[in-house]
Write a protein that binds this ligand. Structure first.
Ligand code: ADP
Length: 334
């Protein structure tokens, strides 16, 4: 498995939970979203009301779950966690909603992957705090309205644009999380190193920050692999040299690209002459799900200016050819 693979094993999940900021003050970076969100929560608290529904969008690993937990803790409310793919039937959602107490925070991760009937039930619940429970089948079926106490929905999605308009419109606030600047990632690595009691020097944490794809989850994961390396092959201290050697071993390059990122670039340039090529074709070429390529690899490649999404398909930029050590072809549209 790749060191930047975002589906971690249970041990990794436990460490990740231990590194999670617990309050808004501990969150590093994302100043704008933090300030906006604090305002929304402060206002709700001062009115003594349940906070408005919040949508958080952004690539995996940027802090959506963390913020959802902080929202609950700032509102002194219990957090209920579920995810779009886990809600296959409207009945699943009805069961969750009817079990809520007033003021609870319900976190739905990957909310764009919920089934259509569940989505429609959610509209009503968000707006009127009511669900219609359908009893029976066919012509004899009846809908029994069921009141639910006011709650706060926190939805997370990799892209707000994936949500149907009516659902998006029912959120009182949408926070867009951006990839983190290297300086913020450096602070995150330093904080995590402190919690994990790992010895570091500034050049060491900076090196990890630079290679973390703008993503805190990856920064934390790389720190742990570099720590392993430092313990086994060095004197335990994370220096720049130790970080470089460890990350080379784990196939994370100087720009932070991992195996999947490079596979996408490689296919795009070597197999499809730099594109344009359709997303599905590209996904098949690298042996991945279309969604993984689109939501995990592409956002960072787009941000680093190596890949462009055009109406005709994905296109490699000169930076992509250069990164692979290839000459930019004369046919390149750039
Ligand atoms: P998402 O839900 O967007 O996939 P998470 O909230 O699970 O991301 O964050 C992944 C990990 O990154 C968490 O364990 C947390 O430790 C760390 N993290 C995320 N955002 C921040 C931040 N702003 N400051 C410090 N650590 C962060």
């Amino acid at each position: 498995d790749s060191v930047t693979d975002l589906d971690a094993d249970p041990d990794e999940r436990a460490v990740e939970a231990a590194l999670r900021p617990r309050s808004m003050d501990e969150v590093i970076g994302q100043e704008r979203v933090r300030e906006q969100l604090s305002l929304v929560l402060d206002a709700a608290r001062s009115r003594g009301r349940t906070a408005d529904h919040v949508l958080l969008s952004g690539p995996p690993g940027l802090g959506k779950t963390t913020l959802a937990m902080i929202i609950a803790s700032e509102m002194s409310a219990p957090l209920r966690l579920t995810s779009g793919p886990a809600i296959t039937h409207a009945g699943d959602l009805a069961a969750i909603l009817s079990g809520l107490n007033e003021g609870d925070v319900l976190f739905v991760d990957e909310i764009h992957r919920m089934s259509r009937p569940a989505e429609e039930m959610l509209y009503l619940a968000m707006e009127d705090f009511r669900v219609d429970v359908v009893i029976g089948k066919g012509p004899g079926a009846t809908a029994i309205p069921l009141e639910i106490p006011p709650f706060t929905l926190v939805g997370a999605t990799t892209r707000a644009g994936l949500l149907p308009g009516p659902l998006r419109d029912r959120f009182g606030f949408t926070g867009h999380l951006e990839f983190y600047a290297a300086a913020d990632l450096d602070l995150i690595v330093q904080r995590s190193a402190g919690l994990l009691e790992v010895g570091t020097v500034p050049e060491g944490t900076a090196e990890i920050a630079l290679r973390s794809r703008g993503t805190p989850r990856i920064a934390n994961r790389l720190l742990r692999r570099v720590r392993d390396y430092a313990q086994v092959r060095a004197d335990g201290i994370v220096t720049r040299d130790v970080a470089r050697r460890a990350l080379e071993l784990f196939e994370v390059d100087e720009t932070g690209l991992d195996r999947l990122d490079r596979a996408v670039l490689d296919a795009l340039c070597r197999r499809f002459g730099g594109g344009p090529v359709g997303l599905s074709t590209l996904a098949v070429a690298v042996g991945e799900e279309r969604e993984t390529v689109e939501e995990v690899a592409e956002p960072f490649l787009v941000r680093t200016g190596m890949l462009a999404r055009t109406p005709r398909g994905r296109v490699a930029t000169p930076a992509a050819w250069t990164h692979l050590g290839l000459a930019v072809p004369a046919s390149s549209p750039f």
